[in-house]
Design a protein around this ligand. Structure first.
Ligand code: ADP
Length: 516
């Protein structure tokens, strides 16, 4: 079968993009498949084309109720017979749509995962010539993913029970090795049938901005990028309001989106953004899943997100058209405190929380690391890559300073404190703090007490963050992460390796301030 010819005839695209053809070939050969392609890579074609080439029905499970209508409308416009069932459809309309699927008029059916809670619906599926079940946002099935949804576990148990033995196609843009293994196991897809093109997004330039007034940054950036479309992610509704007001007062064309607004306002604002009437969208993470706006030139995170997965997914909404785009994270230490608080307040048992703390730690390490930011993200997803040459770390021209001695001081202090304390306590001992919590442990007797007294606790804390991000120090996950010296760190202690750092010279006196 000449798949490319079909692609052109049906969708008007000249060529397949990376990964698409192998996934489609596997699906047509009835092989259960997991496809991991970055956001914007074109996952939908991977089930849409087979749906049209096969005689049976294709079921698409998607958590994005609000977008189903748009997706189905777009397919109908292209002459593709598709429909959807979700909570917005009344019963008589639903049974009409189900009839259309039964009699073969409609070939593609979109449903929300919750539909599987209905026995009638399962009965309906059992009597269909189901040929393919596509599962969008498949990472939602994993507890270790960033968006776990129990409804995914519910439907998974039915997948292999239908008499017509449909092929299973799971699709996602974000899966760490652990999440990938989880999807394979829970959906019974063998690892060799996983197609992944890697996570690299060559057209994105990553940047971490620390120690700068966030308003000033926005003003400067937007002035330098007039008339460009972009998303600014804020962490709370209040922050969305605050940033939108600030931008509007400064005459930047911005609209807003968060779960606290009415359905109609959300719809209106989303459209104003999609059609470029208001090119800047300020939003919480409620905005964006499935949004298909190709010319987003920048995604700025006004605060640090909770995980690298959500960061990469949100940042990945920039540059879907393949043109150069910016992914910028504005970091302030308070972001970490807020995120810690949110985990502490969240529902979920201790194991769950420990995982969330660990993911947060890796997110924060992204902001302290001096390695290539794109490579850092790729490594997080278990992928390899070269330095991108264009992120803020690759472009950092500051001289690298030898911080081996200071590193040795920190590492040996961690060891002398029995590797049972966290960043704050270690930094306090190093600067010789009189804090009562420390005297209780008699740390003033340690030889490392006060050996960095010429620096502030904040400066030493930043060095510890850097050493953690660069893996000289290990850190336990949890609310109070404890530091220990890694193998890489031991080599520095033994004088075998040297450590270089680009940031502020640590031998400066206390008077040097960082504006963070
Ligand atoms: P994803 O779900 O992976 O984020 P989509 O399926 O929404 O991505 O596709 C992103 C965009 O790429 C859509 O506008 C889609 O029409 C377009 N697209 C998909 N495949 C191709 C292709 N082979 N050639 C050109 N454009 C494509």
């Amino acid at each position: 079968m000449n798949l490319e010819k079909n692609l052109k005839e049906i969708f008007g695209y000249e060529h397949f993009r990376k990964g698409q053809e192998s996934i489609i070939q596997q699906v047509l050969a009835h092989t259960d498949t997991l496809g991991i392609l970055p956001t914007g890579a074109g996952k939908s074609i991977c089930y849409q084309l087979p749906a049209l080439l096969q005689s049976g029905v294709t079921l698409v499970i998607s958590p994005l109720i609000s977008l189903m209508k748009d997706q189905v409308d777009a397919l109908n416009v292209a002459g593709i017979p598709a429909t959807f069932l979700n909570s917005t459809i009344d019963e008589s309309e639903a049974s009409f749509r189900m009839q259309q699927v039964e009699n073969g008029t409609t070939k593609l059916l979109f449903v929300a995962p919750e539909r599987f809670e209905s026995e009638d619906f399962i009965y309906f599926l059992r009597h269909l010539p189901l040929e393919l079940i596509a599962i969008d946002e498949a990472h939602c099935i994993s507890q270790w993913g960033h968006d776990f949804r129990p409804s995914y576990v519910t439907f998974a148990q039915y997948l292999h029970t239908f008499p017509s033995s449909p092929t299973i196609l799971a699709l996602t843009a974000t899966a760490t090795p652990k999440v990938m293994a989880d999807i394979q196991q829970l959906l019974n897809i063998s690892p060799e049938n996983t197609v992944t093109t890697g996570f690299l997004r060559e057209n994105l330039s990553f940047e971490v901005i620390k120690g700068m007034d966030k308003h000033d940054f926005l003003k400067n950036y937007l002035r330098q990028h007039p008339e460009q479309s972009g998303i600014i992610y804020a962490s709370t509704r209040k922050e969305v309001e605050e940033v939108t007001d600030f931008l509007n007062k400064n005459n930047f064309p911005a609209t807003r989106y968060h779960a606290g607004l009415s359905e109609s306002e959300r719809q209106r604002n989303q459209e104003a953004f999609l059609y470029d009437f208001t090119p800047i969208m300020v939003a919480t993470n409620a905005f964006g899943m499935g949004i298909n706006k190709s010319n987003v030139r920048f995604v700025i995170h006004y605060s640090m997100p909770a995980t690298i997965e959500s960061y990469y997914q949100e940042a990945g909404r920039a540059g879907r058209d393949g043109l150069d785009s910016d992914a910028i994270l504005l970091y302030a230490p308070n972001d970490l405190r807020i995120r810690n608080f949110l985990i502490e307040q969240s529902e979920g048992d201790e194991t769950y929380k420990a995982h969330e703390y660990e993911k947060l730690r890796q997110m924060q390490a992204y902001t302290s690391s001096e390695t290539c930011l794109q490579r850092y993200i790729l490594q997080y997803f278990g992928d390899e890559g070269d330095d991108c040459g264009k992120c803020s770390n690759c472009l950092d021209t500051r001289e690298r300073i030898d911080v081996t001695i200071d590193t040795q001081k920190v590492l040996s202090c961690v060891i002398r404190m029995g590797e049972r304390f966290g960043k704050t306590a270690v930094a306090q001992v190093l600067i010789g703090s009189k804090n009562k919590n420390l005297t209780r442990w008699h740390f003033e007797k340690l030889s490392t007490f006060g050996i960095m007294s010429r620096q502030t606790q904040k400066q030493v804390g930043e060095l510890i963050d850097f050493l953690t991000a660069e893996n000289y120090l290990n850190v336990t996950s949890g609310k109070f992460p404890l530091l220990s010296v890694s193998q890489t760190g031991s080599r520095v202690l033994k004088g075998l390796d040297k450590v270089y750092r680009r940031t502020t010279l640590l031998t400066e006196a206390k008077t040097s301030t960082s504006s963070e």
